[in-house]
Design a binder for this molecule. Structure first.
Ligand code: ST9
Ligand code: NDP
Length: 448
């Protein structure tokens, strides 16, 4: 029997961000492999027109949970949704809910975040820094808490090239940033954002770095671990190959390539595309939760969930694989035949944008107008080009992440866990397999 799975049996687990991409896969794996766990509390923010229960049922009705429901038909009884908005003081939670959480929680997985690169600094600080701080305060009042697992990103220090499993200080203390958000108005914040974030490319990566500092400074005696995944993609194996339900990171770009919208992207072909399948990130997370609770390491440990260090995959390889995959199984109703190239300098990128993106969009929109339909291609292209420009920072650089803690974790696992739990370092050996899986879900679950 897996020691890790057995460890989570009988536990009360709190997950923030359980309605998100990673949170859902984490919840699924916990329910599937540790069916005897006591309860999973999930903090869910209310959404217009949907009750909490409806949100949960919608998630459980998705294909992701099919396997769990086969083995555990009463799965919904294990999930206890709690209304909470992490942007609000005390998460706007009811008193009774708060009491129950404080009294019962054994393990916290903190996934909730804003992952938008263009988030206003105030919003990003609120969710990625202040909410983390508030959750730490709650955690410090939980007598049964055994481990607090925080999700950061491998790019929280993307202003460096070589990144170790340590917390690097930010130039301005998080406390000062939090204080300034209280009295500065939105316009001033927007004006000073570039000066504050300095060599970070966006507010997301910057506030994730601040969030790590808050964990280090205010974690007190809690048993904490930080997971730093790189670019999280569709599942490799679990619960089935190729599950994804969003267009973040490369997924949207791959669809745009398959549909024939995206023909050129500014990327360095030899730069490393550090993609990690979501199930491997979840495996590492659960193993880290087990290790943190059982072995109680003296200091906070950071685990890189990356693939490039062992067997790097380059953007050029990824591009070839994507195109080969769409050649084999093309999208229906594509705009053009999929064909894309990488350019390295901004002048040629501008040329290709004009020739292969904007010009065909204008021609197509004219055709739509002439045939009495609403033009839409230019709008779509403008959005696509905006997204590309935000991703360019990541497609033109390579980073080296060390992974000593992830390797140590693997060596501490039982032989059975080593057999069933594929962690990050092994992922790299299966990279081509992973990349081809990347295209699979985009056809299956998103292509419509
Ligand atoms: C040979 C070529 C091969 C291809 C290679 C590809 C290479 C790509 C490289 C990617 C590198 C990625 C690096 C990421 C590294 C950081 C990882 C993390 O830690 S962080 C974790 C990762 N975090 C991230 O990745 C976040 C990055 N993304 C963002 O921050 C924002 O999306 C944005 C600012 C870029 C655009 O904002 P905005 O313009 O406001 O647009 P919204 O987003 O609000 O979407 C509006 C609507 O459009 C819809 N739609 C979108 N895309 C597509 C599509 N392709 N199609 C169709 N539809 C699409 C969307 O569903 C929505 O619909 P609805 O709901 O309205 O109906
Ligand atoms: N995906 C990736 O490539 C990577 C992700 N990460 C990290 O992993 C974690 C999870 O990311 P991912 O699953 O992709 O992100 P998603 O955007 O898919 O999920 C974010 C989650 O946070 C919740 N959330 C956002 N705002 C609030 C709020 N005010 N109150 C309550 N809940 C809120 C969302 O709820 P709702 O459903 O209501 O919107 C959702 O459940 C993040 O910490 C991210 O930084 C790190 C590296 C890469």
């Amino acid at each position: 029997m897996s020691m890790i799975a057995a460890f989570y049996g009988n536990k009360s687990i709190l997950i923030t961000g359980a309605t998100g991409f990673l949170g859902k896969v984490l919840m699924e794996k916990l329910l599937r492999t540790s069916p005897h766990l006591k309860v999973i509390y999930i903090l869910v923010r209310p959404k217009a027109g949907q009750t909490l229960q409806q949100r949960v049922f919608q998630i459980l009705d998705s294909k992701l949970f099919e396997k769990v429901k086969e083995s555990c038909p009463n799965v919904h009884e294990k999930i206890r949704p709690i209304s909470a908005d992490l942007d609000q003081r005390d998460f706007a939670m009811g008193k009774e809910d708060m009491q129950e959480l404080l009294a019962s929680t054994n393990i916290i997985f903190h996934c909730a975040a804003t992952v938008r690169f263009d988030a206003h600094l105030r919003n990003a600080v609120q969710l990625n820094v202040i909410a983390t701080q508030q959750l730490l305060v709650m955690a410090s009042q939980m007598p049964k808490l055994e481990a607090f697992i925080h999700f950061s990103t491998a790019f929280s220090n993307c202003n460096l090239n070589q990144i170790d499993e340590v917390i690097y200080p930010c130039p301005v203390e998080p406390r000062k940033i939090i204080d300034s958000m209280e009295w500065l108005d939105d316009t001033i914040i927007e004006e000073i954002t570039p000066k504050l974030i300095r060599d970070w490319p966006n507010t997301y990566t910057y506030t994730k770095a601040l969030g790590e500092m808050v964990i280090q400074q205010e974690g007190g005696n809690l048993n904490i671990a930080i997971i730093r995944p790189s670019i999280v993609g569709p599942s490799w194996q679990e619960p089935f190959p190729g599950w994804v339900d969003n267009l973040n990171g490369p997924s949207g770009m791959i669809i745009a390539t398959g549909k024939g919208f995206l023909r050129s992207i500014r990327a360095t072909p030899m730069a490393v595309a550090d993609l990690i399948p979501v199930d491997m990130v979840v495996n590492l997370t659960l193993a880290a939760g087990w290790y943190t609770a059982v072995h109680r390491p003296k200091s906070l440990l950071i685990y890189h969930s990356t693939t490039g260090g062992l067997n790097p995959c380059k953007w050029s390889e990824m591009g070839l694989q994507v195109l080969a995959s769409f050649k084999k199984i093309p999208f229906e109703k594509a705009f053009r035949r999929p064909n894309a190239n990488f350019t390295t300098n901004s002048l040629s990128a501008q040329y290709w944008n004009a020739v292969t993106h904007r010009a065909p969009a204008i021609v197509y929109d004219c055709y739509l107008v002439l045939t009495g339909r609403k033009p839409r291609m230019m709008k779509l292209m403008t959005r696509l080009l905006k997204t590309i420009s935000m991703l360019e920072y990541f497609t033109n650089r390579s980073w080296e992440w060390t992974s000593a803690n992830s390797e140590m974790l693997r060596s501490e696992m039982s032989p059975e866990d080593q057999r069933v739990t594929v962690l990050t370092t092994q992922a790299a050996r299966n990279r081509m397999d992973c990349i081809s899986r990347y295209c699979l879900p985009l056809r299956k679950s998103l292509a419509g």
